[in-house]
Ligand binder design. Structure first.
Ligand code: 5GP
Length: 189
């Protein structure tokens, strides 16, 4: 279809700095839109409904699954997360590039449903560095941190399934690398 935007899957372990990179990507690329996911997780301090996530009950989440409202959905450390389908396709039809910040199980579903998407994995410089960052953030209990680290270790093993792996050892460089990947992909289309 003419003028269709690019779908980008953006994945990385908890604490890797995905959110910071994402903020800069959105500032630097005016054609890029972040898909707002639905989640059953409770809001963290400072998070707003409809901005970081649509915070929904487990019942509402299951209804959205039954309505076939998700492009993908998955469970992550005890909570459910999903990408509402309609806004993504609407933005792509408008020619906007849409980025999904999702975990590995969701990535696998999107890759199957939309093989033309570009997939990017954000990796930490090392697992030790990831531990430090996740603890330093102070947003989760030790129990949740331990579970997130276990999941992160698993997710790091999936890196090779992605089109690109970007190591977040230097923020500006990592942002530039993601911007170039998107620009190159657009030029090829
Ligand atoms: P957090 O609770 O830290 O905001 O997110 C936990 C994990 O869920 C992160 O890896 C994040 O990328 C992922 N995530 C956020 N939204 C979605 C979504 O809509 N679908 C899937 N599969 N994962 C998501």
């Amino acid at each position: 279809m003419e003028n269709k935007g690019l779908l980008i899957v953006y994945t990385g372990a908890s604490g890797v700095g995905k959110g910071t990179i994402m903020k800069m990507l959105l500032e630097k690329n005016p054609n890029l839109r972040l898909s707002v996911s639905a989640t059953t997780r409770k809001p963290r301090e400072g998070e707003q409904d409809g901005r970081e996530y649509y915070f929904v009950s487990h019942e509402r989440f299951d209804e959205m699954i039954a309505e076939n409202g998700f492009l993908e959905h998955a469970e992550y450390v005890g909570n459910k997360y999903g990408t509402p389908k309609e806004p993504v396709f609407r933005m792509l039809d408008e020619g906007l590039d849409v980025i999904l910040e999702i975990e590995v199980k969701g990535f696998l579903q999107v890759k199957k449903a939309c093989p033309d998407c570009v997939t990017i994995f954000i990796a930490p410089p090392s697992f030790e560095e990831l531990q430090l960052r996740l603890r330093g953030r102070g947003t989760e209990s030790e129990e949740v941190i331990a579970e997130r680290l276990k999941t992160a270790e698993e997710e790091l093993k999936s890196q090779s399934l992605f089109d690109y792996v970007v190591i977040n050892d230097d923020l500006d460089r990592a942002v530039d690398e993601v911007l170039s990947i998107i620009a190159d992909k657009k030029n090829q289309a």
